[in-house]
Design a binder for this molecule. Structure first.
Ligand SMILES: [Zn+2]
Ligand SMILES: [Zn+2]
Length: 277
């Protein structure tokens, strides 16, 4: 598996590239705009040129900003508008994959259909694939287990295009016992039976500060949380996912990015650092 981090673009794409190379990332995830604002972003030629320099070196995945709720695109028009705006930015950059949380809706059954419509709207308008991310199960969030993911997938028209992003912390927080014994293999086998293992397209590699089934989304440093090193070693060595990429979304504290990368590489020496180009 190619591993990397979620990297801030607040200082621009050239700074993001420098940071990613310093951390020996083999893939990165970014927000394509300010994730805390509904304001649309206007791209300049300079933005596009700087992004090209970044994407020439590293595979870049995008994560949808925090505001659009895909399970409520019928309730507030800003949700669909915001989603499509970010998909359009991805398309202009040439980013193929946009990770999105499936949103929340008190009526989960109906919400799954609404989220599928949101995914369809992106796929119909842009050459961008949505990676639907599993969630920790807080409140009325969709996507907390395989059945809920399958319910969304049922409404997706372009079956080849939609994929899933598995966040290891969310998986654990939503009650999946993936540590120890056969936990991880049981999850993958069940995912394969219901959706097909090839539908897993990306990973968020996070340890969890909250306990199993806590339904509280708190990411933590690799090996220092409730999931532990043994699980990450098993996942990094899992041949079924060797062709994929995964990024850490661990808290940005001091030099912890450097530490987390070092820990990951110690688990799986075959993760040879790429030489800076
Ligand atoms: Zn995540
Ligand atoms: Zn999270």
């Amino acid at each position: 598996m190619k591993i990397g981090f979620h990297i801030s673009i607040s200082q621009g794409f050239d700074a993001a590239l420098e940071k990613a190379q310093k951390l020996q990332c083999e893939a990165i995830q970014i927000f394509v705009k300010n994730p805390r604002s509904w304001a649309q972003r206007t791209l300049t030629d300079n933005d596009l040129a700087a992004f090209s320099r970044l994407s020439a070196v590293l595979p870049v995945y995008a994560h949808l900003s925090y505001l659009p709720n895909l399970a409520k695109i019928d309730g507030d028009e800003r949700n669909l508008k915001g989603l499509l705006h970010e998909a359009s930015l991805c398309a202009r950059f040439g980013i193929k994959y946009l990770v999105a949380h499936p949103g929340s809706n008190p009526d989960k059954l109906r919400g799954a259909g609404v989220t599928a419509q949101a995914v369809n709207a992106v796929h119909e308008n842009y050459d961008v694939s949505i990676l639907v991310e599993n969630t920790a199960g807080q409140g009325s969030a969709l996507g907390t287990n395989i059945d809920e993911m399958a319910r969304i997938y049922e409404g997706v028209k372009d079956r080849g295009k939609a994929l899933f992003c598995i966040d290891t912390a969310h998986l654990f927080q939503s009650g999946h016992q993936i540590t120890g014994g056969h936990g991880w293999n049981n999850f993958v086998r069940e995912f394969d039976r219901v959706l097909g293992v090839e539908k897993i397209g990306f990973f968020h590699l996070n340890d969890s500060k909250s306990p199993l089934g806590a339904r509280a989304d708190r990411h933590w440093h690799i090996g220092e949380g409730e999931i532990g090193l043994k699980f990450f070693k098993q996942l990094l060595k899992d041949k079924r996912f060797a062709h994929l990429a995964g990024v850490m979304e661990t808290p940005k504290m001091g030099n912890m990015d450097e530490v987390n990368m070092k820990v990951m590489r110690s688990l799986f020496p075959a993760l040879v650092p790429r030489s800076p180009s």
